[in-house]
Write a protein that binds this ligand. Structure first.
Ligand SMILES: Nc1nc2c(ncn2[C@@H]2O[C@H](COP(=O)(O)OP(=O)(O)OP(=O)(O)O)[C@@H](O)[C@H]2O)c(=O)[nH]1
Ligand SMILES: [Mg+2]
Length: 432
């Protein structure tokens, strides 16, 4: 059965957790003891009805403050398909967690409170999701009960969403009027909006295409293989094998590969998997590979199809979402984690900042917490990268603070490129 990964995003208190709770409750994904625990917690906190946000807000601090802090992952299955759901926090302070939740999503479930409309944080989340390659939105105009199901409030959201989605290059965006609190149009259709004849939230989620390149692993990009080396295995009797997960395109026994960043060329002589040897290893599976030559390949190196290799660079332009209290400035020293490699790096320049309301990059010399910006990075060790719009794995990295070890930025190789990711690396023609 197919699988859709989606992330609920949007501004604080607009109703993401309640909506996910409603979705799970009305599709009967919960055990009786879970329902009982939520009813009890609701009674203790003195909220009138059962507070469905408690289903995903598992942390005590979350329930007490009524906000989501960490990303909560939930699983659901209907007769049509399986879902992996990331309930993201809306609060600005936890935007970093939202980016983590969205980074593996095929679709963003954007929740908007109709009373407030699209707030700056909603726009920021939409931008981050689109930058991360999410190209489908299902938008919930939530809390329709608070505006007496006024059609014009729904239309106003639709107009704002359409403008945003077009600029972001999002390919599909349904806007659905809902009340997460009461359940209208989430799983069950309703008579509350006779003027609405589109799908419920569940129907939209069941109909959305899956397996978008967005999930990264498991997507054949139609180009050459990439194998970030995770482990070097010593074979009994001498020789070494290299283990990792195939990405980008299938890896073939007998194929010529290049070891990057070193640039050594060699041939794959064997591919071993948990289930036995393979001639062709498809994308998304873990393999160990034998090479024809005895080379000093180590963890962090990348094996790539010699016919279609990534670029090897020490200087790169990147789009970053900055998540530290202190600003990011030129000259800052950080560590870059890219696939299985970590290297010290220096910010050669901060060149621009994305205005999330106007969706334009303006000149800027530093980035504040939660800013999305464009930087030039110089790394100590060369990295083998693809542009993010072509490859979600070799095109992404995180920046880590050298002192505290905290992840301070999510990075994408290249200029800001909203969801226009093709999901296909153009195969380089074989030399004749
Ligand atoms: N009237 C009404 N209230 C709602 C609806 N959906 C959610 N709420 C209320 O809005 C408040 C916030 O809901 P949450 O689900 O916690 O919001 P959230 O988007 O998950 O918030 P964060 O995770 O902190 O970003 C709660 O008090 C909900 O009961 C709705 O459809 N109608
Ligand atoms: Mg929440």
């Amino acid at each position: 059965m197919d699988l859709l990964r989606f992330a609920a995003v949007g501004s604080v208190d607009d109703g993401k957790s309640t909506l996910i709770g409603r979705l799970l409750y009305d599709t009967r994904q919960l055990f009786e003891d879970q329902v009982a625990a939520v009813e009890e917690a609701s009674a203790r906190r003195g909220v009138g009805e059962v507070d469905l946000s408690f289903i995903t807000d598992g942390l005590r601090a979350e329930r007490e403050q009524g906000i989501t802090i960490d990303v909560a992952y939930r699983y659901a299955a209907t007769p049509r398909r399986k879902f992996v759901i990331a309930d993201c926090p809306g609060h600005v302070q936890y935007t970093r967690n939202m980016a983590t939740g969205a980074s593996t999503a095929d679709l963003a479930l954007v929740v908007v409170d109709v009373v407030n409309g699209l707030r700056e944080q909603t726009r920021r989340h939409a931008c981050i999701a689109a930058l991360l390659g999410v190209s489908q939105f299902v938008v919930c105009a939530n809390k329709m009960d608070l505006v007496d199901w006024d059609e014009s409030a729904y239309r106003a959201i639709t107009v704002e969403v359409e403008a945003l989605a077009r600029t972001l290059g999002v390919t599909s965006w349904h806007v659905i009027p809902v009340s997460a609190l009461h359940g209208d149009y989430v799983v069950e259709p309703s008579a509350a909006a006779p003027w609405y004849d589109g799908p419920t939230v569940l129907e939209a989620l069941e109909e959305a295409p899956t397996g978008a390149w967005a999930s990264g692993h498991g997507t054949d990009l139609g180009g050459g293989a990439r194998l970030p080396v995770q482990w070097v295995l010593r074979r009994p009797g001498g020789g070494r094998s290299y283990a990792g997960m195939v990405n980008g395109g299938a890896l073939r026994a007998g194929e010529e590969v290049v070891v990057l960043p070193e640039g050594w060329r060699t041939t794959v002589t064997g591919i071993e998997t948990y289930d036995g040897p393979l001639d062709v290893a498809p994308v998304g599976i873990s393999v160990s590979v034998d090479l024809a030559d005895d080379l000093d390949v180590s963890r962090g190196d990348l094996l790539a199809a010699a016919a279609d290799p990534p670029e090897v660079v020490k200087e790169l332009v990147a789009t970053v979402c900055w998540f530290a209290d202190r600003p990011l400035r030129s000259g800052d020293r950080l560590r870059v984690k890219h696939t299985t490699r970590t290297t010290p790096a220096r910010v050669a320049a901060v060149t621009g900042r994305l205005d999330v309301n106007r969706l334009e990059v303006e000149a800027a010399g530093e980035l504040a917490n939660n800013d999305i910006g464009v930087i030039e990075l110089t790394t100590a060790v060369p990295l083998a990268v693809d542009p993010y719009r072509d490859d979600r794995i070799t095109g992404s990295f995180v920046l880590v603070d050298e002192g505290t070890n905290a992840t301070v930025a999510a990075g994408m190789v290249g200029e800001p490129h909203f969801a226009a990711g093709t999901g296909r690396r153009t195969p380089v023609a074989q030399p004749a």
